[in-house]
Design a protein around this ligand. Sequence first.
Ligand code: NI
Length: 163
Amino acid sequence: MEILAHPNPALKQRAQDVEHFGDRELKSLVTTMARAMYDAPGVGLAATQVGVLKRVIVYDIDEGLVALCNPRIVESSGETEFFEEGCLSLPGIEVSVERAPSLTCEACDIDGSPVIIQAEGLLARVLQHELDHLDGVLIIDRATPEERRAAIRRYNEVVHTFG
Ligand code: NI
């Protein structure tokens, strides 16, 4: 399945909660998303990016595949940090994004069992990035107006160059 790229309007939509767990549809969505993420390759992907407006994310930070449904950040702590982030929906550019360095995320697995994740470093950043996607927020939306304009200019150049 193709990963949607900015400015596809689906990327601006808020995804809906998963209500039915453990069914074939959800498992097949997660399989599709994982394949798209590994093919890209990337470290995380939100369902929104394959055009499915459900609150599902997958990630693999070299510790195996994790799929989460209805993830929410219940606590974040530490002094926020800026770091360059890329996004599979904005190929070719990076934007400096301010994020919390550590957080607690509550979610469900694909069978509906509750999961609590204490995250810091890369994982904390990946979770915040993917949760943003579920709310229709991209890294360019996290930038200052000036940075956003520059990032979109670079992005349009990249898209123009590579077709
Ligand atoms: Ni992204």
